[in-house]
Write a protein that binds this ligand. Structure first.
Ligand SMILES: Cc1cc2nc3c(=O)[nH]c(=O)nc-3n(C[C@H](O)[C@H](O)[C@H](O)COP(=O)(O)OP(=O)(O)OC[C@H]3O[C@@H](n4cnc5c(N)ncnc54)[C@H](O)[C@@H]3O)c2cc1C
Length: 461
């Protein structure tokens, strides 16, 4: 049984992964005739250089401090913590702005799902007048303020296409290669420390078994990263595939914009009210866990949820046999914090559908034998890490799904920030650990260097 504060912190953090099992990318597709990607579709990264054939770079720089890949919350947090301790760093991002996920790949009505005190980055709090659950724009403003405050100026349009380790004496050296497609320039950066902060949401995840049907379907197909709001779907029958926090909220948004949404729920999941007794459910769970074992806390959460929401099973949403915190800890499946969708499911305004059997030109056959036609399908099927597309690893540090094998400290000056499936709370924890670790190493080297200069000067006297 998982107990203790550390387990509690790990037990339940928001991440927007889905229950789908297989991977692949899909650009957006609007209408049957068009096969061109949607303007919101993320452009594919340029091909990595072939193994064993060093590519010709236009410039090569030695970085005194750390190289941080990714200017999302995790990359910014690491850069800020390092700066605070006097360690320099550079931040590289393939996008043209900080927090590109939040600025370019999220829907309009998105708010932080958990209260702001659990979504702060280290060393700088949200302003007092920011509400308990900041909107995505308030969160983006906070990140801009954060970067300004710590004078973090990422190098944008630098897509990292390769990172390799070399041994230099008794130390490792990391070589990172970037491509700036806009300027047509290849650069190389070298350092003792490399921080991977490219996130768990590198690319859209589309279950492989859906692909053939989606190709046949004549209506609009979008991934949730391309969905902005329900306006274009007014009056349409829309199927949302995937019932994570994004899928549930998108179904509600569609309804509010005059669409007729249905949502596919293909495996058991926990829905909890966003607040309990006027406090964030997450905060309540954290407090309970300090006093009670995880399973008892889970029981109390489910009891409260049943009182507040009713029996979800009646509406086609089964609860897993393990409680919400245990399910998150064991299977990385985040409980849904209800933003009002469940009330609409209860009233019948949003239909719950079982697993999909087959998609044809106009609609979908479901596991219970029903067939429904749709105008659009929105895939809220989650994301996948893309680290393995550029990190030349041989499976030493990252598993095949692009997650670090040994947490934030991957060894030999390599770190992973924000890849512990614990949302922004986990991002902050990683940033503190990583900056402490690099600081110790950095100051040791600085001391050694100062001592050799002093010794040299004394010899010359
Ligand atoms: C819709 C949605 C809602 C969420 N809501 C919450 C919430 O309410 N609370 C919470 O705690 N968590 C939430 N999360 C989960 C998580 O906290 C966020 O995804 C958060 O942005 C993670 O930060 P990150 O810096 O690790 O990754 P990201 O924000 O994904 O940043 C990664 C950066 O790396 C860059 N990058 C990627 N590949 C390369 C490359 N090869 N070269 C150069 N740069 C690269 C990207 O451009 C990006 O800027 C949410 C996630 C999603 C998708």
């Amino acid at each position: 049984m998982i107990e203790g504060i550390e387990a509690m912190e790990q037990a339940w953090m928001i991440s927007d992964t889905s229950d789908s099992s297989s991977d692949s990318d899909l650009g957006g597709r609007s209408g049957s005739s068009s096969s061109s990607p949607s303007p919101h579709a993320p452009s594919p990264p340029p091909p990595p250089p072939r193994a064993n054939s060093p590519s010709i770079v236009d410039s090569s720089s030695w970085v005194e401090g750390a190289i941080i890949v990714g200017a999302g919350p995790a990359g910014l947090a690491v850069a800020a913590c390092l700066k605070d301790r006097g360690v320099p760093s550079i931040v590289l991002d393939k996008a043209n702005c900080i927090a590109s996920l939040w600025q370019q790949r999220t829907y309009d009505r998105l708010h932080l799902h958990i209260a702001k005190q659990y979504c702060e980055l280290p060393l700088l709090s949200f302003a007092r007048d920011v509400p308990q659950y900041p909107t995505k724009n308030q969160f983006i403003d906070y990140l801009h303020d954060y970067a300004r405050h710590f004078e973090i100026q990422p190098l944008f349009d630098r897509c990292v296409v390769a990172a390799t380790r070399e041994q230099s004496g008794d130390r490792s050296l990391w070589r990172v290669e970037t491509v700036d497609k806009r300027r047509g320039v290849r650069e190389e950066f070298r350092s003792r420390w490399l921080v991977v902060a490219t996130g768990e949401n590198g690319a859209e995840r589309i279950p492989e078994d859906l692909r053939p049907g989606l190709d046949r379907f004549q209506g609009t197909v979008l991934h949730s990263s391309q969905y902005r709001n329900g306006k274009p779907f007014k009056g349409q029958r829309v199927l949302v595939v995937g019932c994570g926090n994004s899928g549930m909220e998108i179904a509600l948004d569609l309804l509010n914009h005059g669409a007729q949404p249905s949502i596919v729920v293909r495996s058991p999941m926990h829905i909890l009210p966003r607040e309990m007794f006027g406090r964030s459910t997450f905060a309540v769970a954290m407090s309970l866990m300090k006093l009670l074992p995880l399973r008892v806390t889970d029981k109390l959460l489910v009891m409260y949820a049943t009182l507040a929401l009713g029996n979800t099973t009646k509406y086609g949403i089964l609860r897993p046999s393990t409680g919400p915190l245990e399910t998150k800890a064991k299977f990385s499946k985040t409980p849904i914090l209800d933003m009002g969708t469940f009330r609409k499911i209860r009233s019948g305004s949003i239909k719950v559908m079982p697993c999909m059997e087959k998609i044809d030109r106009e609609g979908v056959y479901f596991g219970d034998g029903r067939y429904e036609s749709y105008d659009s399908i929105i895939l809220a099927t989650g994301y996948k890490s893309m680290v393995c597309s550029w990190f030349k690893d041989d499976g030493n540090y990252f598993s095949r799904d692009g997650f670090p094998k040994s947490g934030w400290n991957c060894d030999k000056g390599l770190y992973a920030a924000g890849m512990s499936r614990q949302g922004i709370f986990g991002v902050s924890k990683d940033a503190k650990h990583i900056s402490d670790h690099i600081y110790d190493d950095f100051s040791f080297i600085e001391r050694k260097r100062t001592n050799s200069i002093v010794n040299f000067k004394m010899m010359m006297k």
